[in-house]
Design a binder for this molecule. Sequence first.
Ligand SMILES: Nc1ncnc2c1ncn2[C@@H]1O[C@H](COP(=O)(O)OP(=O)(O)OP(=O)(O)O)[C@@H](O)[C@H]1O
Length: 588
Amino acid sequence: MKSLFRLYRFLIPYRIPSVIALLLLFAMVAADLLIPHLTQRIIDQGIGAGDLEVVITTAMFMAGAALLSAAFAIANNYLSVSISMAFGADLRSAMIRKTQSFSFANLDTLQTGKLIVRSTSDVNAVQMIVMLSLRILTRAPIWAIGAIILLVITSPRLAPIMAGAIPLIILLVWLFGRRAQPLFLIVQQRLDRLNIVLQENLAGVRVVKAFVRSQRETTRFEAANDELMTGTINVARLMAVFSPIMLLLLNLSITAAVWLGGKTALSGGMTVGEVVAAINYLSFALFPILMLSGMLGPISAADASARRILEVLDADTLPRRDDGAVITHQQGRIVFENVSFSYPGETSEAVLRDISFVAEPGQIVAIVGATGSGKSTLIHLIPRFYDVNAGRITFDGVDVRDFDPAVLRRMIGIALQETVLFTGSIADNIRYGRPDADDEEVRAAAKTAQADAFIQGLPEGYATMVGQRGVNLSGGQRQRIAIARALLIKPRLLILDDSTSALDIETEIKLQDALDALIASARRAITCIIVAQRISTVLLADKIIVLDHGQISACGSHQQLLQESSVYRDIYRSQLGELSAAEGETHE
Ligand SMILES: Nc1ncnc2c1ncn2[C@@H]1O[C@H](COP(=O)(O)OP(=O)(O)OP(=O)(O)O)[C@@H](O)[C@H]1O
């Protein structure tokens, strides 16, 4: 329950309406509890004494109490629904705000599927309990306590029945809770699993079809679905036994009250009205406990949901730094000083070891190496998608960890390995990092990225809509839009992570020439770090860094590396065939 209570802080902005809702509850319970007392009066002083006037006036009081109770209930329902919906909306917004500040390490642990479940069905479960707290969950105990007090006052002789029934009910609820809690947790975990399978299945539906694996995916989904069903059935089975037992206990208590009350009334120890009122009070006291016990399931589920929501809200993200460094005259000089890095996790090995190099302002630095050698990891450290474990990276002499992440990232234009485009027009996508850029600037960036020609050829040019994940564009077209997007922010450092892999050689050469021209003509230096699989992409780079199993195995220009690095020569040979005679002369 601790997690659930921690989320109640989201009610603070609604404390006044919440207090009003609770006051309305008290008023409602008071009106309800008046009715057994009035019933007693009608029976004893009206019917028993043959006084019609008492019958009529008391009946009018009863109708008044019932009307008031209904009016309070309507006002309370109205308030509690509005408060809980606002609470849910605030909670969802807080979660989305938090995920926006997630580092890549956070995203590694809380993947998309999990985040979606947490910000939808988990929030709904908690929101439901908040609404019930302002209604039935609070009303039930007040009702029960009020009824017990009135029962003891009006019919002390029947109080022992209550004294026997209540501990028994509490014991049963406790036993049920202990048994049910783990079952509810299992259901939540299985729901999580089902959502992840579903999300993977839908996101990868094209691959599934291409590999004719629909059967496998259906089986995988059905397995997760069946597991969820079994879990839910286990909970339902427990409820199926528990609820009737509780009802039996309630009915037995009332039977005992009728029996004992009847006997006492016959011997003159109680009036008929007192017996009727006592039976009413007894059901008023026991019924809420029964109702609350039925809520144990949703409460346990909501507590599990709250725990999962808190995992998101409490995640350790890169803090915003208002006191972070600011560089007024940016040069774009990047220095790696003995950088080592391993991904978070106890068993993970170092992915980068002792990396040192300098990218001077205006230089094009290429990083090559076998797949998995750590190229993407290396460039992800510059905008602080992850922080280094040892050594440091400086941007114009300032350790990147001294910047506010947003300030640092505004100086860096990056086209990531996986191209993600958003629903919207092509122009919107290019403008993503700089929404105020004018059409000319958008077009200039697209021209450099070799995207202008194909965009102009589309039916609506720059206004053409891009589908979810850019499905209506080719891989190479999406890559070029991503490069234009990175260029448009006029970065001091441009990072292209294998961003030209889907381009044909001719387009790639044109892109390289355009980038060269841009770098040469830029008023302020643009440093460029290019990760590449293809040697042809890096031939013109000022400096090529060869990564091998997370370490720099060589560094220099193409010609230097041909002479000095066997790893580089191997990559060269495997891609471009045997070395030409001229190149062969220069090395051993
Ligand atoms: N988010 C992650 N969590 C844990 N390990 C990771 C993560 N991303 C990459 N790795 C591991 O780090 C190593 C280097 O990966 P990286 O993506 O940097 O290589 P790369 O040289 O860019 O490969 P490629 O050319 O195939 O893109 C790999 O062994 C990979 O398994």
